[in-house]
Design a protein around this ligand. Structure first.
Ligand code: NAD
Length: 393
């Protein structure tokens, strides 16, 4: 693979040819990856004093500033860190676009162990890099990061959401995500059964964590039958005692005769092994990346199982933090969750309009919106500045 031309000498003196030490093939591969997935900008952030090695990726900013979480993870290699940030930032573009938000997609990763490598200096250093992007990228909490880490980031930049409530932050997004998931579920019930009476159906909820437990509570408030499983037995017991759910074992969750399977734990649980066991008519939950492969999505469609695309269903968390940009308001946040119902409705319409599975329809809806709004934004509507002219004299 051809690399970029390597200068013999740096122009302007006898400075050593620094560029010649750069491994050019990797450079070429990076641009290849960016071109393949349409990324706009990738920033490698390094601060030796703070021990910071981080990558910020802006996938697409047509709709607005690229918002996405900051993840800290002990990646096995640079390549793994880069792959992760490219994949996740692209996912944020689709989530924001399908959710009708004026946001683009971005993400940042710190290459480090969250159990050993955290420090004030580290988070202030990444905060300064985020700030240097002038609002093109807005960061948030993600895996390995907590609200205390965000406090340090916040000391260096305004372009951060998910700060503590004392600073006007939005707090724990989980109740919003759970409520948004309920909206997605109602849209799915409407298209599948022609009504939205949540309590008339049964549910297999996998994962009773922050979102899952709230979701179980909402389902039970409507009188629904709920099966629950979690690797944490204390949480299962809480769902049984507090909300009257029925406990099942980790593996048995795939064999229940529930109408709806609701993954609220891990990704990839709808796969070749589980699909033949699932008896549900709808899949709707908060977990990310529920389908192991696209082929599984095609197979669900062929079997008549209605899949509510995960990134449209679980957008409540993103919607919630997005409101911090204009000044957070809890009531507005709750009202915004209702839009998930309409977004899902549009996805199901596109799926039936184009005769495609719902997971593809969600992507198409996101792409159509970016394309259309991008074109609407094209004509110049600015204010020209006529500097240096004098009307009198
Ligand atoms: P959480 O960590 O609080 O809960 C996850 C729960 O799943 C835990 O209780 C864990 O014990 C359980 N679990 C893990 N592996 C399991 C397994 N094999 N079988 C059964 N249970 C298992 O996380 P959360 O914040 O509730 O998020 C749940 C999912 O929703 C995640 O996939 C997350 O990425 C996604 N999500 C969350 C939000 C949010 O606002 N928190 C927003 C968007 C998406």
């Amino acid at each position: 693979m051809p690399g970029f031309p390597v200068p013999e000498r740096v122009i302007g003196g006898n400075t050593p040819p620094v560029h010649s030490t750069v491994p050019t093939p990797e450079f070429a591969m990076i641009f290849e990856s960016l071109a393949k997935n349409g990324h706009e900008e990738v920033v490698f952030c390094h601060n030796a004093d703070a021990g910071l090695k981080a990558i910020i990726a802006i996938h697409n900013s047509v709709l607005g500033p690229a918002l996405g979480g900051l993840r800290m993870w002990p990646y096995a290699s640079e390549q793994e860190a880069l792959n992760d940030v490219l994949r996740l930032s692209r996912g944020m573009t689709y989530k924001a676009a399908v959710s009708g938000l004026n946001l683009g997609g971005g993400k940042a990763v710190i290459w480090g162990d969250p159990n050993k490598d955290k420090s004030e200096a580290l988070f202030r250093a990444i905060g300064r890099f985020v700030n240097s992007l002038n609002g093109r990228y807005i960061t948030a909490e993600d895996v390995g990061i907590d609200v205390n880490d965000m406090e340090y980031v916040f000391r260096e930049t305004d372009y951060v959401t998910g700060v503590h409530q004392v600073h006007g932050g939005s707090g724990d997004p989980s109740p919003f995500t759970a409520y948004g998931t309920l909206q997605g579920l109602m849209a799915a019930l409407q298209v599948k059964y022609g009504h939205e009476e949540v309590g008339k159906f049964s549910y297999a909820v996998q994962g009773a964590g922050h979102v899952g437990m709230q979701f179980i509570k909402l389902l039970r408030e409507q009188g629904a039958k709920v099966f629950v499983t979690d690797i944490n037995q204390t949480l299962v017991q809480k769902a049984v005692d507090d909300y009257g759910a029925e406990a099942v074992s980790l593996d048995a969750i795939y064999d229940t005769d529930a109408d709806v399977y609701s993954p609220c734990a891990l990704g990839g649980t709808v796969n070749e092994q589980t699909l033949p066991r699932l008896k549900c008519k709808i899949i709707c939950g908060a977990a990310n990346n529920q389908l192991a492969t696209e082929a599984i999505g095609d197979e669900l469609n062929a079997r008549g199982v209605l899949y509510a695309p995960d990134y449209a269903v679980n957008a409540g968390g993103l919607m919630n933090v997005s409101l911090e940009i204009d000044g957070y308001n809890r009531e507005r946040a709750m009202r915004m969750m209702r839009t998930i119902y309409y977004n899902l409705g549009k996805i199901f319409q596109i799926a039936s309009r184009d005769g495609i599975p719902t997971y593809k329809a969600a992507d198409r809806m996101a792409e159509e919106r970016i394309d259309l709004i991008g074109r609407v934004k094209l004509p110049y509507m600015g204010q020209p500045r006529f500097l240096g002219r004098m009307r009198h004299g």
